[in-house]
Design a protein around this ligand. Structure first.
Ligand code: GLN
Length: 430
């Protein structure tokens, strides 16, 4: 293992059961996804010694399909970040350039796959955390439709936005892992059977069968708003990848998604609001760190939160403020209105196009250290990924090529449960 990348927090094996479609496949699991008997830290001092008594549904499904889990990957603390630098376990380095970040928050997962330390990895994507590191590390990442993959056993950051998704070296491998983890779960009431959704088009033989490169007749929408403000080198590389789709028979049309200019702002109000409520459970009573406090219960709870890092504390404060009486209408409800507008913009766009293409990230991978100095700049880098979570849609990041020797990702977004279409389009770019 390339220990210097720091892709793993814990290297421990969970053997797969026998023969399934993923026999001989190694899987790295983001450290906010529960693994029975193997510590699950969420990249936080708060859970540094926490060992879950049960495994997430996705982990059960992978091992049942024969895969071997090889370890738990580094991540931004509780998924809060875009660089993997907010981890309490030190940053992960980008295999393409070790002086740069691998993206986040599932940076360890993408770095492990890019460096050949695992065949497939799981990440979670609340506002881009599978797609961003896939783009920065030059691998493939799928953020499924909300409700396609069970969140049972995922330590919650923002429940209404997040999905677990696979990261792999090729579209086909990522699609195969998606087929294994997808589908209804009685332990997560928000999951749905895609086969029961009209127009979902789950291919016979699973999602990997869709990775056939056949985009003849496909209409690709190119939204001007998701190219504005992006680094020119990123735009050029992504435009070349889109031209590749045209060469293979796809038609491109320019479209407009006017609401997306409000997406990052709406996302950070909603995500931090949900996080402030979710993280209240870390009070030192049931699990995790407990401060050595002489105070009453209130003081003890407060002191226990010393185990949260600066970014997590910032977000709890932001979220608590946005949800508080008197400010709820001004921030949280406005953000919900913006979310609805984004959702409708996408829905209207999909009346005319099959997939929507853009850069995954508007920037090239940051240098190590850049991000910690300027949180607002990091938040703005989520401009193209967060609209997809607000609208609960499926998306993939596929390598578009390189700029200045650094990987650039093409994002392809589909209508709800349109995974097969984005997988098909992405396979035509490889
Ligand atoms: N950068 C986003 C955030 O910090 C992405 C988080 C995620 O998808 N887990 O909120």
């Amino acid at each position: 293992m390339a220990a210097d990348l720091n892709a793993f927090i814990t290297e421990e094996t969970i053997e797969g059961d026998g023969e399934g479609p993923l026999a001989d496949t190694t899987v790295a699991v983001k450290d906010n996804i529960s693994t029975a008997g193997v510590r699950t830290t969420c990249g936080s001092e708060m859970l540094a010694d926490y060992v879950p008594p049960y495994s997430a549904t996705v982990v059960e499904r992978l091992t049942d399909a024969g895969a071997t889990v090889v370890g738990k990957t580094n991540m931004d603390e509780f998924g809060m970040g875009t660089t993997t630098e907010t981890s309490a376990f030190g940053p992960t380095r980008n295999p393409a350039d070790p002086e740069r970040v691998p993206g986040g928050s599932s940076g360890g997962s993408a770095a492990a796959v890019a460096a050949g330390e695992a065949d497939v990895a799981l990440g979670s994507d609340t506002g881009g955390s599978v797609r961003c590191p896939a783009a920065f590390c030059g691998v493939v990442g799928i953020k499924p439709t909300y409700g396609l993959v069970s969140r049972y056993g995922l330590v919650a950051y923002a429940n209404s936005l997040e999905q677990i998704g696979p990261i792999a070296g090729t579209v086909e491998e990522a699609a195969e892992a998606l087929s294994v983890i997808a589908g209804p779960d009685p332990n997560d009431g928000t999951t749905r059977d895609p086969a029961a959704v009209e127009g979902a088009g789950v291919p016979q033989g699973g999602y990997a069968a869709a990775a056939d490169g056949d985009v003849d007749g496909l209409t690709v929408g190119v939204p001007t708003e998701l190219f504005e403000g992006a680094d020119e080198r990123v735009v050029e590389t992504v435009e070349d990848a889109i031209a590749c789709l045209e060469d293979r028979g796809a038609e491109t049309v320019e479209i407009s998604l006017p609401s997306v200019e409000h997406a990052v702002q709406a996302y950070y109000v909603i995500a931090t609001g949900e996080a402030s409520s979710n993280l209240a459970r870390f009070d030192g009573v049931r699990y995790g760190h407990r401060a050595d406090s002489d105070g009453n219960w209130n003081e003890s709870f407060a002191e226990t939160r010393e185990a949260f890092g600066a970014e997590v504390k910032r977000r709890i404060l932001l979220g608590t403020y946005a949800l508080s009486a008197g400010y709820h209408d001004k921030y949280y409800e406005k953000a919900q209105d913006a979310r609805e507008w984004v959702r409708r913009d996408f829905e209207d766009a999909f009346d005319d196009v099959d997939v929507i293409a853009s850069p995954t990230m508007p920037v090239l991978p940051f240098e190590l250290g850049e991000g910690l100095e300027d949180p607002l700049r990091m938040y703005l880098a989520d401009a193209n990924t967060t609209p997809v979570n607000l609208a609960n849609l499926p998306a993939i990041s596929v390598p578009a090529g390189e700029a200045d020797g650094l990987p650039v990702g093409l994002q392809l977004v589909g209508p709800k449960f349109g995974e097969a279409t984005v997988i098909r389009a992405a396979s035509a770019v490889e």
